[in-house]
Ligand binder design. Structure first.
Ligand SMILES: [Zn+2]
Length: 494
């Protein structure tokens, strides 16, 4: 069944390129496969091979060496020299500056320092006025109108008692691993000349209540950063515990929210009416990551290259080991939150990367051994090769989106009359250079990834003989080299 559909679909894509009559066109619409417009970019492939587990190990070991990176330690005056979160912030800034020195000053390195007032209310995690510092580096793109993308991890850590600013809290996995992804992505991508802008971030205050990311997301909103994607890496160390047979080193989870937390009541109603809860901007971003991964990673045994035409790219050469994202269609894990939520709250598409299986003995734990169990977030439990794969997946996404045209704007599905067809219209983004084309993609509502697609060429509309009631549509922009934007779901218009 599946293979028959594949053959028909592959033929239909070729078919749809030629001049056909209405009946033939209808047949082609029904079966149109995802066109093989997308292909890996050799310069991105080369960047991914520069990502080094050794660099990542050195970054995480350095972050662990600060003893504690409790956000509250910024106000302590009794810590030994070189210990605490202030020393960690200084080092991260110096690391970004060292990367910048290697690319002729390509990075604008910044500190976002502010004070949280503190509260003695029950449950408050900052009791007195406390200084927080986010550190970030901007790789400015060549084109002013091109989209921005951002990668972040949190450099603060904690012990069992989140208010203890002195206890040893190495935070190797949570979340020196995520900071290492930001740093190593900056090393890998800083020599590239891309149209779009990439922001590499390390925030503080995550463990106290997402304070650092809230502050930075607010700045991004206030200053009008045209962020198309935020990638939050938190606990991406690939925990290695002797005797654990359930960890999967070939998988990383990608969490994304459904109805945007920033949606107005009117927008929420529309999501409900359309059944579009699986097509929010954050879900489209997660879907983009899942589509990019097979281009740059070898398929795994459990995840062979899909036989569907949507993944006709499986013949492509892959230089990188087996690794794949698993889309988890929820905002975050039970009882947990993360910095992507701060960006979601300001209306940005943002997802969270987290290792396949967490070991809670190695998170948020004061260092100790009890009944033969070793507690604590120690360096020895981190798999640096795993973190490198996460960094490669992040870098592939960042570089692709910073190369692609911007997302189509005002994507609409026309609903003037009751019929079994679909007419979509859209507008070009501010960044739609010569050669930009558009792809209409669709899937049945029970599918997670796009299964069908049709190129509209450079046109800003497309009619299809496919019922809008039966499938979910998206429109994305593609450049001649195959870099594509996230898809945008249409809203109804009469
Ligand atoms: Zn964390």
């Amino acid at each position: 069944m599946k293979s028959a559909r594949t053959c028909i679909a592959a033929a239909a894509w070729v078919f749809s390129m030629s001049v056909v009559g209405p009946a033939q066109a209808a047949a082609a619409d029904m079966a149109a496969s995802l066109p093989p417009l997308t292909k890996p970019d050799p310069t991105i492939q080369a960047a991914l091979t520069r990502i080094s587990p050794d660099n990542i190990q050195a970054d995480i070991a350095k972050l662990v060496s600060f003893g504690t990176r409790s956000t509250l330690s910024s106000m302590d005056t009794d810590l030994p020299a070189g210990q605490g979160i202030n020393a960690a912030a200084d080092w991260i800034e110096s690391a970004f500056k060292a990367i910048s020195a290697q690319c002729g000053g390509c990075l604008e390195v910044k500190r976002d320092t502010f004070e949280e007032p503190g509260s003695t209310a029950r449950g408050a995690r900052i009791a007195r006025p406390t200084k927080l510092t986010n550190v970030y580096a901007i790789l400015h793109g060549a084109e002013k109108t091109a989209p921005w993308v951002l990668v972040t991890g949190h450099y603060d850590s904690r012990a069992t008692d989140v208010m203890d600013s002195h206890a040893g809290s190495p935070g190797a996995n949570d979340d020196a691993s995520g900071v290492a992804v930001s740093l190593e992505s900056a090393r890998a991508l800083s020599s590239m000349k891309l149209p779009g802008t990439i922001v590499f971030v390390a925030v503080a205050g995550e463990e106290q209540g997402l304070n650092g990311s809230k502050h930075l997301a607010h700045i991004a909103k206030e200053e009008g950063w045209p962020l198309e994607a935020v990638l939050n890496n938190d606990i991406v160390g690939g925990d290695t515990t002797p005797g654990d047979t359930l960890q999967d080193k070939s998988a990383v989870r990608v969490f994304s929210e459904s109805v945007p937390s920033s949606a107005t009541p009117e927008e929420q109603k529309q999501y409900l009416a359309l059944g579009a809860e699986n097509d929010s901007p954050s879900r489209q971003l997660a879907r983009t990551i899942a589509e990019l991964a097979p281009m740059y990673f070898k398929p795994t045994e459990q995840h062979p290259p899909p036989a569907t035409p949507g993944m006709m790219r499986s013949h492509l050469v892959r230089l990188i080991p087996a690794f794949h994202p698993v889309l988890i269609l929820r905002r975050d894990r039970y009882l947990r939150g993360g910095d992507h939520t701060s960006f979601n709250g300001e209306g940005f598409a943002a997802v969270r990367f987290t290792e396949w299986r967490e070991n809670f003995d190695h998170q948020h734990q004061t260092l100790r051994t009890e009944n033969g169990t070793e507690y604590g977030d120690l360096l020895k439990f981190v798999d640096f090769s795993y973190v490198a794969n996460v960094a490669r997946m992040n870098s592939a996404t960042l570089a692709t989106l910073a190369s692609a045209p911007g997302e189509p704007q005002h994507v609409q599905v026309l609903t003037r009359a009751l019929d079994n067809n679909t007419e979509l219209t859209w507008e070009a983004s501010a960044f739609a250079p010569r050669g930009t084309m558009y792809e209409v993609v669709w899937r049945e509502p029970t599918e997670t990834l796009w299964t069908h697609g049709r190129s509209a060429g450079a046109a800003l509309s497309l009619k299809l003989n496919v019922s809008k009631d039966n499938v979910l549509f998206g429109v994305r922009a593609v450049d001649p080299a195959g870099h594509f934007s996230p898809a945008v779901a249409p809203v109804p218009a009469r």
